[in-house]
Write a protein that binds this ligand. Structure first.
Ligand code: FES
Length: 106
């Protein structure tokens, strides 16, 4: 599946997920900017946040309970579509997915 990362300036990077298990892994493997993902996917850093493009929110789904709590701790709110990219599992159903990388992580 192909996943597009969109930076705050609108620049787009289309990446092939290959064997990467999560959207975070795809971005980190290709050095996508503003995606430090410090904990490596352990649900412990909240530095892998993305905003799922509106058209994809339903397909990708809501954050899990712990993930939602981490987003709220980081931001003070739970914006619609905001996810930790390490908690979005790659699958063929996500082919064409677009995510926006926020200006700042937390
Ligand atoms: Fe740390 Fe996602 S990489 S919470």
């Amino acid at each position: 599946p192909r996943i597009t990362f969109i930076q705050p300036d609108g620049s787009r990077t289309v990446l092939e997920a290959g064997e990467d298990p999560t959207v975070m892994h795809v971005g980190v493997r290709h050095n996508v900017a503003r995606l430090p993902a410090d904990c490596g996917g352990q649900l412990a850093c909240a530095s892998c946040m993305v905003d799922v493009a509106p058209a994809w929110i339903e397909c990708v789904g809501e954050p899990g309970p712990d993930e939602g709590d981490m987003i709220e701790d980081a931001l003070g709110s739970r914006p619609v579509g905001r996810r930790l990219s390490c908690q979005i599992q790659v699958s063929e159903a996500l082919d064409g997915l677009e995510v926006l990388v926020p200006e700042r992580q937390g």
